[in-house]
Design a protein around this ligand. Structure first.
Ligand code: WT7
Length: 663
């Protein structure tokens, strides 16, 4: 294991931003002492701490008596003898409490059309779809793949699965037919919910056609039905024996549906994500522990109150769109924005215009979006946030990648008007919810640092043997105790789960996050220094280098490929591919054409987000005498730096010069 190095600026930023007194006064967790007290409670009685919160935050059908079961570690179980339903917790209980008419979702479509959806309306639609799924034969434990755009229907589909105990697997609408097929097959899905098309940035893009293609690739015999949401009215092929319209199957059903009460450990969803090796893994999340942390982190990290207008810009295809769109805000009875479009359409002021129009109070987005909008505002004065009234905002958040202090400062000043705290939330698909994050009423902020663990999360920075390193020294990030929302297993591959996250060299009981980290010498604040494995983070999206390499090598002309990341001002990291062809190394126009072809090929195999930014052709790749590709050197070349490292173990040192020149 090697520790990563910071990608941007410096991890130690002198400036600290104190907690605004006014914010702290009204906050759920309103002081450092309150935070410390929660941590002390967790320290003194770990299961007791979580059990108390689980009783407070979650409505149980059958209350639990067991809290944490470690008998089959690392396959931990939480609240295992309790039963509950997530959709009941997100909808029914608010309606029962008299909040039926409260707006749950303010939906803004790509073209600017706004619709409002109350808790009662949402509950009725979720019940109708839940009934429709049952009518189509979907049973508790069956997997349903959701391949939908950002939409109220997407949230309804997830909630409807939860209502009947079906396990959903949302696939981001940007993934290709091949990727969709792989996920459908791995999950053994019985049904797919999709849309005719998606509408983004003024353009219609196919979804149903991609489902058709995915299913025609074979291996998806488990799929009996495809439910199609009519979004654009675009023409789609219809298989009369397999496909049905969402509005038709819903209209046929009652607006009430008794929730299926499931055990706390029942799998709520699978979400595929990239690892350092092999194919994407289906991260399996449970019901009870996941819901607890989705609800609790939404409440504490975002300081969510009944009158807030919360906006998380993440797509439901990613974990952020699960925990902080589909579940967390609804579990708290909050009001949130769901946005179909993109930040740059009709212009790069879309976010700022929407914050003003909807009086958004809490705004949560990715550093990559902030950096892109900074650039846009520098070029075009009309899209600068200063043209908009952002005075409704009281809290900002970021997620997905490190935020460089320059972007942090701009976000704080231009969007937050200098008054809004910024919660830089570190977490992962596997963790289910925030792990290391400021609580905005409790922590002074240091730009670029995610500050301290969420109360109850036992995060630490350790060396290769699992020993904690002193503050100020880099190491690997681990979590030493199991937590309620943690990944339960990799779907169908428990061995891979154990090997990936509980490696023996760390003692087998520490969860290995896969990131490097360093703690500030004085404050103990954590700064994440980047992945320590072969996982790239491009615009906050996780990409496995091996996956991209396999996609490249599946092209008939490619003999060998190595993919590395290089720092990029806008996307955090950019994908850089070194390719050896089965024929002579191309140059000039031929190289440009081939690079374009290979990029499209990767988009076909995985999706446009995986397209390499740079492709360089070489006669060979730098290898050790035993044939191992020296990625370390490729990273240096990709960055445009001179190779100063020792290259004496290289079989073919001359190749370095060739690759450095190829572009
Ligand atoms: C990886 C997880 C968590 C939801 C979105 C991404 C990186 C995430 C931060 C942050 C620095 C971060 C890590 C992590 N990451 N948040 N605040 N600061 N890095 O989920 O796709 O599972 O990716 O994203 O490298 O391991 P994901």
């Amino acid at each position: 294991m090697t520790t990563g190095s910071p990608q941007h600026d410096t991890p130690h930023h002198a400036q600290t931003v104190p907690v605004p007194a006014e914010f702290a006064r009204h906050a759920h967790i309103g002081s450092r002492a309150a935070y410390d007290d929660l941590c002390a409670q967790a320290q003194a009685d770990y299961p007791g701490y979580w059990a108390g919160l689980a009783r407070e935050m979650v409505s149980w059908k059958q209350p639990f008596n067991q809290v944490l079961d470690e008998s089959n570690a690392p396959f931990y179980r939480w609240f295992a003898d309790g039963t509950l339903n997530v959709s009941y917790n997100c909808l029914d209980r608010h309606v029962e409490a008299g909040l039926g008419d409260k707006t749950a979702i303010i939906f803004e479509a790509d073209d600017g059309t706004v619709t409002r959806h109350s808790y009662k309306q949402l509950l009725e639609k979720v019940s109708q779809l839940a009934n429709a799924l049952k009518a189509q034969g979907v049973q508790k434990g069956d997997r349903v793949v959701i391949y939908l755009p950002m939409s109220v229907e997407g949230v309804i589909a997830m909630q409807a699965c939860a209502r009947i105990g079906a396990t959903h697997s949302v696939v981001f609408g940007g993934f290709s037919a091949q990727s969709l097929r792989d996920r459908v097959e791995d999950a053994g899905a019985v049904l797919i919910i999709t849309a005719d098309e998606q509408q983004r940035g003024g353009k219609s893009l196919p979804l149903k056609a991609i489902v058709d293609e995915a299913l025609s690739l074979g291996g998806c015999d488990s799929v009996r039905r495809v439910i199609v949401y009519r979004r654009t009215g675009g023409k789609v092929a219809f298989d009369a024996g397999r496909d049905v319209w969402l509005h038709e199957v819903m209209a046929a059903e009652s607006t009430t549906c008794e929730p299926e009460w499931v055990e706390a450990e029942h799998p709520l969803f699978l979400l595929y994500t990239s690892g350092s090796t092999g194919k994407p893994k289906g991260v399996q999340h449970c019901t009870g522990g996941y819901l607890l942390q989705a609800a609790l982190t939404t409440k504490w990290t975002f300081d969510l109150k009944p009158d807030d207008i919360f906006w998380c810009t993440a797509d439901i295809g990613w974990v952020t769109g699960h925990t902080y769109v589909a579940y967390g805000p609804l579990a708290n009875g909050g009001t949130q924005i769901v946005f179909e479009g993109v930040p740059t359409f009709p212009d790069a002021a879309r976010f700022w215009r929407m914050i003003e129009a909807h009086k958004v109070t809490i705004f949560y987005t990715a550093p990559t979006a902030i950096r892109a909008l900074i650039k846009a505002a520098e070029i075009t004065a009309e899209v600068h946030p200063r043209n908009f009234n952002l005075g409704s905002l009281r809290l900002l958040g970021t997620v997905g990648e490190p935020i460089n202090p320059a972007a942090w400062d701009w976000y704080h000043r231009e969007i937050g008007g200098g008054r809004c705290p910024i919660v830089d939330t570190f977490w992962q698909t596997e963790t289910g919810g925030h792990m290391i994050t400021p609580l905005p009423g409790a922590h002074a902020l240091t730009p670029g640092s995610c500050t301290l663990p969420f109360p109850g999360i036992d995060a630490a920075v350790v060396d290769e043997t699992g020993k904690e390193v002193p503050w100020g020294q880099g190491g690997v990030l681990v979590v030493r105790k199991p937590w309620p929302a943690m990944i339960r297993t990799i779907w169908g591959d428990p061995e891979r789960f154990k090997k990936s996250y509980y490696p023996a060299d760390l003692g087998g009981t520490f969860y290995l996050a896969g990131d490097g980290a360093i703690r500030d010498v004085e404050t103990g604040y954590f700064t994440i220094t980047g992945r320590i494995d072969d996982v790239l983070n491009v615009s906050g999206h996780r990409m496995g280098t091996m996956e991209i390499e396999s996609a490249l090598v599946s092209h008939p002309l490619v003999a060998e490929a190595a993919v590395v990341g290089r720092p990029d001002d806008l996307t955090g990291e950019a994908i850089c591919a070194f390719v050896v062809l089965k024929r002579a190394r191309p140059s000039g126009e031929e190289a440009r054409k081939l690079a374009a072809e290979l990029r499209n090929h990767v988009a076909q195999e995985i999706g446009p987000i995986a397209k390499p930014k740079d492709i360089r052709f070489g006669d060979n790749l730098p290898k050790t005498r035993s044939g191992k590709i020296m990625r370390r050197l490729l990273r240096v070349i990709a960055k445009g730096d001179a190779v100063t490292q020792d290259t004496s173990t290289l079989e073919n040192p001359a190749i370095l010069e060739q690759l450095a020149q190829a572009n």
